[in-house]
Design a binder for this molecule. Structure first.
Ligand code: ADP
Length: 264
C-alpha cells in the first residue's frame, strides 16, 4: 500500500504538471490567434481607404483629367479617406501606448471636473453640427483623483463623441463624488455619459470594448468611427483600477458609467 500511495502522489504530480503545460499552450495559442486577427483587422481597415484613394487617383490621371468638377469632388473624398486613415493610426497608437504601461498605475493629481469641462468645450462644435444639446452636471472644480490627465481626457472624449455620433437630441454628462459602484467601501468618483439615441441591443453589450467590434459597421464608418474607441476606454479605465458599466435600450438610448477610485 505504501508503494501504491507513493505512486499515486507521483502520478498526481505528473498529472498536474501535464495539465499546466496544456493550459499554457492553449493560452499562447489564443494570444497568437488574437494577434493574427488584430493584424488582419488593421490591414483591412487601412486597405479600404487606400484602395478608394488609388481608384480616385487613377481616375484623376485618366478619364477625369480635364473635368474640374470631378476633380474637386474626388479631392474632397480623398481628403476624407486620408483623415479616416489618420484617425485609425492615431487610435492604434493610443491603444498601444495604454497597453504598454497598463500595469503602471498613473499617479498625477487630476481634476476630473475640469477635464469634463474641457472635453465638452472641444466637442461642442461637433454636437452643434448634429443639433445635439450637451448638458454637463458637475460640482465646482476641483474634484481631484490620482491618474493620467491625458488618458482620462481621452476616455471622456471617446464616450462623449460616441454619444454625439449615435445620439438623439440631448447628451448629458454627470460627475458625482460617489463610492465605486462595485464596492461601496471604496471612495471614488462616478461619471455618467448618457444619450437618447439609437441604443444597443443587449446581445452586443459584452463585446463592445473588443477592438474593431461594431454593432452597425456601415453607420460607424459613416460617422467616422474606427471601432477602437471603446477598446481604448476599457484599457485606460482598467489602468486606473476603475470600472466601466454599460446600460442601453434599443431606441431609447445608452448610458456609459465610469467609476474611478479616489485615494484618501
Ligand atoms: P466606433 O469608432 O465604431 O464608434 P467604438 O469602439 O467607439 O467604435 O464603439 C463600438 C461600437 O459600439 C460602435 O460601432 C457602435 O455600434 C456602438 N456604440 C458605442 N457607443 C454607442 C452609443 N452611445 N450609442 C449606440 N451605440 C454605441
Amino acid at each position: 500500500d505504501g508503494v501504491d500511495s507513493t505512486w499515486r502522489a507521483h502520478a498526481g504530480k505528473i498529472g498536474t504538471s501535464a495539465l499546466v503545460t496544456f493550459e499554457d499552450l492553449s493560452a499562447a495559442e489564443d494570444a497568437d490567434q488574437m494577434r493574427r486577427d488584430f493584424v488582419a483587422n488593421v490591414s483591412h481597415e487601412l486597405k479600404t481607404p487606400l484602395t478608394a484613394m488609388i481608384g480616385f487617383i487613377e481616375t484623376l490621371r485618366g478619364p477625369a483629367r480635364d473635368d474640374a468638377g470631378a476633380r474637386d469632388r474626388f479631392l474632397g473624398t480623398m481628403a476624407q479617406e486620408a483623415s479616416r486613415m489618420n484617425r485609425l493610426v492615431e487610435d492604434l497608437l493610443a491603444l498601444s501606448r495604454v497597453e504598454a504601461n497598463e500595469r503602471v498605475r498613473p499617479r498625477e493629481e487630476v481634476d476630473v471636473a475640469s477635464i469634463l469641462a474641457s472635453v465638452v468645450r472641444v466637442l461642442s462644435m461637433q454636437a452643434e453640427a448634429r443639433g445635439i444639446d450637451v448638458v454637463c452636471n458637475a460640482p465646482e472644480p476641483p474634484v481631484i483623483i490620482r491618474g493620467d490627465a491625458d488618458q482620462l481626457r481621452q476616455v471622456f472624449a471617446n464616450l462623449l463623441e460616441n454619444a454625439i455620433k449615435y445620439g438623439g437630441k440631448t447628451v448629458s454628462l454627470t460627475l458625482t463624488e460617489h463610492a465605486m459602484l462595485d464596492d461601496l467601501r471604496r471612495p471614488g468618483v462616478v461619471v455618467e455619459v448618457r444619450d437618447d439615441g439609437v441604443g444597443i441591443d443587449p446581445m452586443h453589450v459584452p463585446r463592445l470594448t473588443e477592438r474593431f467590434y461594431r454593432v452597425d459597421s456601415h453607420r460607424s464608418r459613416e460617422v467616422g468611427g474606427t471601432g477602437l474607441g471603446l477598446a481604448i476606454v476599457k484599457h485606460i479605465v482598467s489602468r486606473h483600477r476603475g470600472r466601466l458599466r454599460t446600460r442601453s435600450q434599443v431606441g431609447q438610448g445608452t448610458c456609459f458609467t465610469v467609476s474611478l477610485p479616489r485615494e484618501p
